[in-house]
Design a protein around this ligand. Structure first.
Ligand SMILES: Nc1nc2c(ncn2[C@@H]2O[C@H](COP(=O)(O)OP(=O)(O)OP(=O)(O)O)[C@@H](O)[C@H]2O)c(=O)[nH]1
Ligand SMILES: [Mg+2]
Length: 416
């Protein structure tokens, strides 16, 4: 370490990039790194140097920035693959001191990337099997999803879920529940637990996913050796062995969070999917309330607590539509924002595009408020597959984007 760095003031900041599957996390992280390395398209003149720190950790993969941006530079460029595991990257900033007599300061920025399907399961961390099941059946009723689960329910009816379990084959119960999750996923629904069931490239041991929610027994306790208890044990094992380590090792103690929301996708999917996504956002912020209150306290004490709701892929719309997208986003997050306000966590919202694709735009007049069910059909759109924009070869050049400068400012303006 150089003498300068030894005396420098060191600071660490951990950002949680969250968002449902395909919301744009990996592309966003790549664009963010490109902005920071180049020092371009930032709201303030850059007085820092940013470098990717060498990856030295054994227990987590490196977020492979160069491979990701290289996929856009091939003769047949393509978007990065859907993420199948967790990875991490650290950026080190050396920031010029305002006073020439004082040493420069060093800020370490830590970012993790992971599959979007893992995110919603975090809510299970603070629900018992019974609570999780009750939540599930309440949602089915509230959102009229009975038809979607009828095949699985019919199968459940064939078993005594609470009586003595003699080891009969229960695979069909599990398979039909998983079928329901996968069909809902294909139809654009967001709340799917456990999320690893629908993750196409998951590396998890499938045995850990062999449980489903079950109706709570009324006026009786299930037998110790019953299907109900068996699923409860498997649920607890999933929470303890899969969710807790992920949360505790990588997700706790972050300083600020950005939630990426692909609002446009839902105009393609449908009204119920839209509502489902909105509920999903509320579930994502539950992460603040998990476990000890110390996490909330950590955020509030450090006074850097911040959640940014970011509507993605705005480059697909014509510029005159951006304002409506912003208004609609504000309406979607209103509930979640109110909850965070009460907890003393600052929120900001913004529509943006990590990269500005060439093939934009969709000819679409986005409504500024959430349309009623009977008006929904007027807003149905088809979003074509776009080709990615090529990341510049030179590290000093920045990729075209929309509002990334504002977003970087929201995220890191007080640090760099
Ligand atoms: N037009 C446009 N499309 C984008 C942008 N960012 C991402 N996309 C599209 O969204 C898709 C998903 O982006 P990713 O960054 O892989 O999404 P993710 O959240 O990492 O997805 P998972 O890894 O599956 O959780 C890409 O393949 C692109 O088609 C953007 O800024 N503009
Ligand atoms: Mg990804």
């Amino acid at each position: 370490m150089s003498i300068d760095k030894l005396f420098a003031k060191h600071d660490k900041i951990k950002i949680a990039v969250t968002g449902l599957n395909r919301s744009g996390k990996t592309v966003f992280i790549a664009s963010l790194i490109n902005h920071l390395l180049s020092g371009k398209n930032l709201n303030r003149p850059s007085k820092f140097i940013a470098k990717i720190k060498p990856h030295r950790e054994q227990n987590i993969k490196e977020f492979d920035y160069y491979s990701i941006i290289n996929t856009t530079r091939m003769t047949n460029p393509h978007w990065p693959q859907s993420t199948n595991n967790i990875s991490k990257i650290e950026i080190e900033f050396e920031i010029k001191s305002k006073n020439n007599f004082l040493p420069n300061s060093i800020v370490n920025l830590e970012i993790i990337d992971y599959p979007g399907e893992w995110l919603l399961d975090m809510q299970m961390l603070h629900l018992s099997f019974r609570e999780w099941s009750e939540d599930f059946f309440l949602d089915v009723k509230k959102y009229r999803r009975e038809a979607l689960i009828s095949e699985w329910i019919n199968e459940l009816r064939k078993y005594d879920l609470y009586g003595f379990y003699e080891g009969e084959d229960i695979n069909t119960i599990i398979n039909l529940y998983h079928k329901y999750l996968k069909e809902s996923y294909q139809n654009g629904f967001s709340i799917l637990q456990p999320g690893r069931v629908v993750q196409t490239n998951s590396t998890i041991n499938k045995k850990l996913l062999e449980f489903t929610p079950l109706p709570t027994p009324k006026y009786m306790s299930p037998y110790e050796k019953s299907i109900y208890n068996l699923f409860e044990q498997r649920y607890n094992k999933y929470v303890d062995e899969v969710l807790k380590p992920f949360y505790e090792n990588w997700f706790s103690q972050f300083d600020r969070q950005i939630i990426l929301i692909d609002v446009l996708k839902n105009f393609q999917n449908g009204y119920d999917q839209f509502l489902d996504m909105q509920r999903a956002i509320k579930k994502i912020i539950q992460i603040y309330y998990y476990g000890e209150q110390s996490f909330l306290k950590h955020l509030i004490d450090k006074k850097i607590n911040k959640v940014i709701f970011a509507g993605t892929k705005v480059d697909l719309l014509k510029p005159e539509q951006h304002q409506n997208y912003q208004k609609l986003l504000n309406q979607i997050i209103e509930d979640a924002k109110r909850e965070l306000d009460v907890k003393g966590i600052k929120t900001q919202s913004l529509v943006f595009a990590s990269v500005k694709t060439n093939e934009a735009t969709v000819d679409f007049e986005i409504p500024s408020t959430f349309p009623k069910r009977d008006k929904w059909e007027n807003y149905k759109i088809h979003i074509p597959e776009t080709k990615p924009i090529v990341f510049p070869e030179l590290e000093t050049e920045v990729v075209p984007s929309v509002n990334m400068n504002i977003l970087v400012d929201y995220l890191l303006g007080d640090k760099i």
